[in-house]
Design a protein around this ligand. Sequence first.
Ligand SMILES: [Zn+2]
Length: 411
Amino acid sequence: MTPLSIDAERLLGRLRDLGRIGRDGGGRLVRLAASDADRAGRDALVAWIRGAGLEVAVDRIGNVFGIWRTADHRDRAPVMIGSHIDTVIDAGILDGCYGVLAGLEVIETLKAAGSIPARPIAVAAFTNEEGVRYAPDMMGSLVHAGGLPVEEALASLGTDGTVLGAELERIGYAGSEEPGFLTPHAYLELHIEQGPVLEREGVSVGAVETLQGISWQRVTIEGEANHAGTTPMAMRRDAGHAAACVVTFLRDRARRANAPTVATVGCMSFEPNAINVIPSRAVFTVDLRDPDEQRLRAEEAALAGYLTELAAAEEVTIAVERLARFEPVTFDRRMVALIEAAARDRGLSVKRMTSGAGHDAQMIARIAPAAMIFVPSIGGISHNPREHTPDADLVAGATVLLDVVARLAAQ
Ligand SMILES: [Zn+2]
């Protein structure tokens, strides 16, 4: 039997079409969750889903599903392919949209080929993955997986003062299905890597086996403001210097470790923030990530130990507040192996890897076997209009998705 091919032009054309929706006055792509631009994007998606002859379902958190049910297997758990179509501010056209549109493309290809799967196949577009307008991010998939009550999510207050539930009503996407109404037999997410590894190594496909755990903390250091000219160096309680020590500690430790640990201080502010005053106060964030939970805990403990020593040595007080914590995710081993085998069967180079970013797949992995497929991101750039993946790689990723879905749906 000749292997099936997706309709590359249809997929690439839809990616471009969706990428034109939600441009602001300056031409930037801004399709924030539950905004007018999001409505326009959702409307386009729903029209394509209907055009493909699929059933459309929308749940109370606004997740959109296109479901292909075959006569004999209507009520079996579906193979689900998902991602998101909301974007960040000034986004590229691929993040999320690629996974959703490729999912639709896979279903249309199987349908047109006359294949009769042994279970339904569904494509899902989850609400507010990016978390730019409403917190938390990955919200729709988290609610779908039962990790956040829908009422709580709908009450989320936006950065612009709006309430998510009211905005979903306004744009016509407050659906009637109870979140979680569709529990997948298996879940797949195809996504651009958003990092440099595949491009650098010249590999076409990533079989994602783990997703890093994330630890976010805010550290506040209190010292004493004093005159920059008259206070001898040995007599200072310099919160700014102590903060700088933490930055250096984290960087040196992560670089020395023979591990994929990454550590970032991305935000910092000083008080009084003046050229001639020793800082009395420094507030900064720490972002620690690691695919191994024990190592991530060890890194958190090492930072805590260092802060205690530092407080004593520098005569400052240090307070730590936890902002977010997600454990690493290990994807389904059998599905990762299927992705690898499918890529090899198509003559594509493939490597097992870790996702550095968060994705809807990590939420759905709580309720179903899940895995992700990555394709290269040129320059590792994402959340940026320069986000790019060559067409051949986009088609290759969708083809691997097609083969894996076909196999899973045959069971
Ligand atoms: Zn994404």
